[in-house]
Design a protein around this ligand. Structure first.
Ligand code: SDX
Length: 430
């Protein structure tokens, strides 16, 4: 179902004695954009927009976000519906294929995930050469791009989409579990798949052998993976698209996305939140002090897990993640003081004019770390879990880019502010 934008009106840009006619385009959710594709060729001007705050890089039919109303939909389905009624694998199929799978499609997809879960012994062996405390995101990114050396066929198998995507989905899950074992100083021994995708994803922490899976934890992980599955043109997805636009293969593009996600302003925030909450706890648990500190620009201090480029209201995923957090801790009988601090911090910030004036609310990363910690994941695994969730979204965007007739290699422009032309002089004269 390939929709596209339509031209809804015409405008004009005027400056000095010049003008530039511009079309206004509109998408399927009535979002509008000024079409500046001919601006530079016609006028010699470029637009200036650090961080691409106001710039659309592509058309996409995968995810819709209304940041003012706190709406998030994958292929038209609301995130609350999907996280309640579907499994992560159904949502992964939806993002990649455009529709939820029927029973046969789901069965075939799940079967391929199990078949492709094993990683080559040499690849698993290479984990052992990393330092014991190596961050699993560094290992995961390196291993994902290395996968392309073992599976060059993946890049050309356009005619067998399910094999291409299930290879990546299945093997990255196994690599993630290896990265986790390595980060705990354990030898990476990829355990053959025993359950389904998410149950096996729980291999990271729970001594599975001989123990039944805890259905409450598996369901919580499944829900959290769904919440992370896609988020339109966020930083890491834009990187996957940018790298893919050069013709780089799917593994290389995803490996780049993993690196972008690692940053504490993006997916790495879920680890930074826990570190922030632990600091507040060690400092006596004074949330007022933390909130006041964010207002001191010299302190260069932010409430991690708060704020968002698009949401100017409560992140709908954070609401679901907060509920899941309480359910998991109640089920495990865990009394985590960090949850109390997080809830006090949220209450204090949401009633503070600094946060209200800037529309700063909890985002997806604010509560997820507390849940993962209660399940036994170490903090440096939290962003790996984010990456595992985001994987189908990255794959869907990479595939969409390849099919987009308007796709061109990404190459933004700049305003040059360096030295004007000058000539070299001998070293004696410098
Ligand atoms: C994710 O894009 C996506 O969709 C991302 C994501 C996804 O699913 O892919 O949703 C996942 O990355 C969520 C965000 C996780 N990051 C954090 O929680 C880190 C803390 N948040 C901020 O650094 C910030 O809010 C960002 C990075 C999320 C958004 O940055 P913007 O849009 O560039 O906003 P900004 O830095 O220009 O801030 C605007 C104002 C500033 O104050 P003034 O200069 O106007 O006085 O708000 C302030 C900022 O100082 N501000 C904060 C704040 N976030 C912004 N002040 C205190 N604490 C914060 N967390």
């Amino acid at each position: 179902m390939n929709m596209t934008y339509k031209k809804v009106s015409e405008g004009e840009l005027k400056w000095d004695d010049q003008h530039f006619p511009m079309d206004v385009l509109e998408g399927s959710e009535n979002e509008r954009a000024i079409d500046i594709r001919k601006l530079r060729g016609t006028t010699g001007l470029i637009t200036y927009d650090p961080g691409y705050v106001n710039s659309g890089a592509c058309q996409s039919s995968i995810t819709f976000i209304d940041g003012q109303k706190g709406i998030l939909r994958y292929r038209g389905y609301d995130i609350a519906e999907l996280s309640t009624h579907c499994t992560f694998i159904e949502v992964a199929y939806l993002l990649i294929h455009g529709n939820l799978p029927n029973r046969d499609e789901l069965g075939a997809f799940s079967k391929l995930l199990t078949e492709h879960a094993a990683v080559e012994e040499n690849l698993a062996h290479s984990f052992r050469h990393y330092p014991e405390n190596a961050h699993p995101m560094a290992i995961l990114s390196a291993m994902v791009v290395s996968l392309s050396t073992w599976h060059p066929e993946v890049e050309v198998a356009d005619n067998d989409l399910d094999k291409t995507v299930t290879q990546i989905l299945a093997k990255v899950r196994t690599l993630a579990s290896c990265a986790h074992q390595q980060s705990r100083g354990e030898t990476c021994t990829p355990v053959p798949p025993k359950f389904d995708y998410v149950n096996d994803a729980m291999m990271f922490t729970l001594p599975l052998i001989g123990r039944e899976m805890n259905p409450v934890l598996v369901q919580a992980i499944d829900k959290l993976l769904i919440l992370h599955a896609d988020h339109e043109q966020n930083c890491s997805t834009s990187v996957v698209r940018m790298v893919g636009s050069s013709g780089a293969n799917l593994h290389a593009s995803i490996s780049s996305g993993i690196c972008a996600l690692w940053g504490p302003l993006h997916g790495g925030a879920n680890q930074a939140v826990i570190e922030m909450l632990e600091d507040i706890y060690r400092d006596g648990g004074d949330v007022n002090k933390a909130v006041e500190k964010t207002k001191d620009k010299n302190a260069n201090y932010r409430l991690m897990g708060f704020g968002h480029r698009v949401y100017k209201t409560y992140d709908p995923r954070a609401k679901i993640a907060k509920k899941a957090c309480k359910e998991v801790l109640d089920h495990l009988g865990v009394e985590d003081p960090l949850l109390d601090i997080a809830m006090q911090l949220e209450e204090k910030a949401l009633s503070d004019s600094y946060f209200q004036d800037r529309n700063l609310y909890p985002n997806i990363d604010f509560y997820t770390g507390i849940t993962y910690r209660a399940m036994g994941f170490s903090p440096n695994m939290f962003t790996v879990l984010f990456a595992l969730g985001r994987l189908p979204g990255w794959i869907a965007h990479w595939l969409e880019l390849k099919k987009d007739p308007e796709n061109r290699i990404g190459r933004p422009r700049q305003i040059y502010t360096g030295p004007n032309a000058r000539e070299t002089v001998s070293i004696e004269e410098r």
